[in-house]
Design a protein around this ligand. Sequence first.
Ligand code: SF4
Length: 223
Amino acid sequence: MIYPINELFETIQGEGVYTGVPAIFIRLQGCPVGCPWCDTQHTWDKSADDRIAITDVLAKQQASTQFAEVSPDDILAQIQALGFTAKHVVITGGEPCMYDLRPLAAVLEAAGYRLQIETSGTFEVLTSPQTWVTVSPKVDMPGGYAVRADAMLRANEVKYPVAMHKHIEQLDQLLLDCPVQPGTTICLQPISQRPHATELAMRICRQRNWRLSVQLHKYLAID
Ligand code: SF4
């Protein structure tokens, strides 16, 4: 299995249950979901013309559509060579579940890493049983992909972007249509740090004992 790597870097997880945890981010290229507010639109298209070497990916100074195709063993070798100390690996995108993540999970977990994936819930989740699965379900997006019931059932955490009350209603309907396992953490994440969205998310979290996810990395101005 070969994975298209758009970015590989170490930072602090800024979202969801693992907020504040040092983490190695592997950003995969490709996403057809089309969320209007997406802040990684450079990952959407995967063109053969954009293939570069992994060394050039690591040297990127700004976001770009370029990516390297790398095997699980080479991803591990790169992580070790870079001297990263984090033991938490976040596989994100793009939409990482466009790919079978089991070979990558097997290699990284054997080396002592804990995996988390961040997915829109619109593709089958193929990863190890130990992987922490964060589903950030994207409902009625332009790409036309439906949120999958099996992805919601696999979720350890549902992280829902909110800007207005209709998004809470959407989430309520989604949880009726596609139930999650008991004990799954529900996080509300205000879109773009808008004050109205943040106030709404805080209020609903208090009412329902859900969690607030504030995208800490944006407040800290880090990747
Ligand atoms: S699913 Fe994620 S990467 Fe894809 S368009 Fe939506 S926010 Fe962007």
